[in-house]
Design a protein around this ligand. Structure first.
Ligand code: DGL
Length: 275
């Protein structure tokens, strides 16, 4: 008999992965979540690949040494584009990555004009070219790899709303190309959705990856015979995330923010794990 509920480690460079954690909790309310944010390494979007790979692998390994989990979720597109093969080669538990939702976006678009928002690193990776080629070959795809959006999303934790004029300027290429569908290819961006919707009211479909990730986590828990336990909520609502760990200082208002985005936290650790 396993002594703890099915437990999922959700990893990101900052608070963006909370948008994914919220979807996992919606689908699997009986699963305990552990959140690991490498905010000392934030942002990943301007880091060389080898730095991202080394940091992710070492931090996750160290975290799992102390807190056992059943599934790892790399809730970061920028990291997922480079780190998944390395983690899958070394970890004994399943690793779920997040991919920009190009395929579902192409399925939604009525005018065949799709916008793709991601970090500067993700937007340039060959992996994204392949996704577009394979799944959105008949669409006109406008890519925006703006470095500021992740920062604005992080600032939401302190209650600072994104600067609307600058956000609107960053979205100008999508407005000009007349897209009806936008892929949120970075897990921080769903947190900015209320402002993005206001700035681009002509966009009908905003497509993110959180629900697909939650289905993949459910698949792996089913394989482990733990799905029914994960689907049944037996815990306390204040503790969806049993432990949130930040490699730098945890943001001052983090507990409040996590409750607001649907992932209330029981315990927060700063400067952990150490590299
Ligand atoms: N949430 C990460 C992503 O999905 C942010 C990347 C960053 O740290 O630049 O790409």
């Amino acid at each position: 008999m396993d002594e703890h509920a099915p437990r999922v480690l959700v990893f990101d460079s900052g608070v963006g992965g909370l948008s994914v954690a919220a979807c996992i909790h919606q689908a699997l309310p009986g699963a305990e979540l552990v959140y690991l944010a490498d905010n000392a390494g934030f942002p990943y979007g301007n880091k060389p690949e080898h730095v991202v790979i080394d940091r992710c692998c070492s931090l996750i390994e160290e975290c799992l040494r102390q807190i056992s989990c059943d599934v790892i979720v790399i809730a970061c597109n920028t990291a997922s584009t480079v780190v998944l093969p390395h983690l899958r080669a070394t970890m004994k538990i399943p690793v779920v990555g997040v991919v920009p939702a190009v395929k579902p976006a192409a399925a939604c678009s009525l005018n065949r004009k799709v916008g793709l928002l991601a970090t500067p690193a993700t937007i340039k990776r060959p992996y994204l070219d392949k996704l577009i080629h394979d799944f959105a070959g008949d669409c006109e795809v406008t890519r925006v790899g703006n470095p500021n959006l992740v920062r604005w999303a992080e600032e939401l934790v302190a209650g600072t709303a994104p600067p609307l004029a600058e956000l609107s300027e960053a979205m100008a290429p999508l407005r000009h190309s007349g897209v009806d569908t936008v892929v949120l290819g970075c897990t921080h961006y769903p947190l900015l959705l209320p402002w993005l919707r206001r700035i681009l009211p002509e966009v009908t479909f905003w497509v993110e990856s959180g629900e697909a990730i939650a289905r993949r986590v459910a698949y792996w828990l089913e394989q482990a015979g733990r799905l029914s336990q994960a689907e049944r909520f037996l815990g306390i609502p204040e503790a969806v995330v049993v432990q949130a760990c930040f490699t730098g200082m945890a943001p001052a208002e983090i507990a409040l923010f996590m409750a607001e985005v649907g992932t209330p936290v029981a315990s927060v650790k700063s400067s952990w794990p150490k590299l």
